[in-house]
Design a protein around this ligand. Sequence first.
Ligand code: SAH
Length: 340
Amino acid sequence: MQNIYDLTLEDMEKYFLDNGSKKFHAKQLFEWLYVKRIKKIEDASNLSKELISKINNDFNTDTLKIVEVQKDVDVQKYLFELSDGEHIEAVLMMHDFGTSVCVSSQVGCNMGCKFCESGRRKKVRNLEVHEMVLQILMIEEELGKRISHVVVMGIGEPFDNYDNVMKFFTIINSPFGLAIGARHLTVSTCGVVPKIREFADFPLQVNLAISLHAPNNEIRNKIMPINKAYPIEVLFPALKEYYNKTNRRLTFEYIMLEDINDSEEAAEELCKLVKGMNCYINLIPYNETNNIEFKRTNAVKIMRFYDILKKNNITVTIRREFGRNISAACGQLRSKKEEL
Ligand code: SAH
């Protein structure tokens, strides 16, 4: 049986029409679920008894189970259990501009990035739409506050679960749902080129971040297997095409890994690679994990790298660190839970 939180407003309208009912009930039900936050369909008091029992026959309203919340000053990490016993994580961050949540898109990941805890473990399955929507709903409820920004940067490769992730965006963006503005939504990919092209035509203005992590194929091949399928000379034309279509500034994420991609030459090469593009580069201090050998670049060397980019007029920031004390590296909490 399908979960009610899998449905976009459009899906719901079609459902009501297909069942000989009226389209406007979809907006009513959407508001019950996402604004008034009812837990069972019976509480939708402006729907008829017959309609309620029809909906209950066709859909369930099951939620996820929060099995652990780790709290720090401005960050909280949630471990969820899914109905089949699998675990995923989401991270809540308190910024001065609002609160953002980093959601997972898959159980595990097949991209195999060498430095990543999630990639160390194979993909078990894609997340269903409701499993992403409920990460947001349940965190809002636990927190008692609205989430203003959402990034799909947790466990998984969102462009390997493209259709569900786009439906998720459609639901949380809907003015009758959570109404989170598209410009407050971001999806991050390791560089699945066919989906980057498809995403350029997605109707909502969701931001795109690319996990670049290297200025050339030689380094990128060593740490990111996806680069063998879609090397830099294939990735970058797709990104330029994306920009020409959407006019939206790109974000490049660049994890600083000691002695791998953090030299001054690498910084110079990175400048050449992105020259002329409307983009910004986010330097990320690597979150070391027990299971992986990579080390983080020290702060002095990160600053040197940053300065080279600045000097070349590249817009660059160093990511503020959240949750170093609470296993916030992507996939760490899930690994601990399952003792792998
Ligand atoms: N698969 C997508 C989204 C999930 S990973 C992607 O690759 O973009 C989200 C980001 O966290 C990516 O930039 C990833 O490279 C980075 N990341 C993974 N492990 C990390 C770690 N231990 N420390 C810091 N960043 C990490």
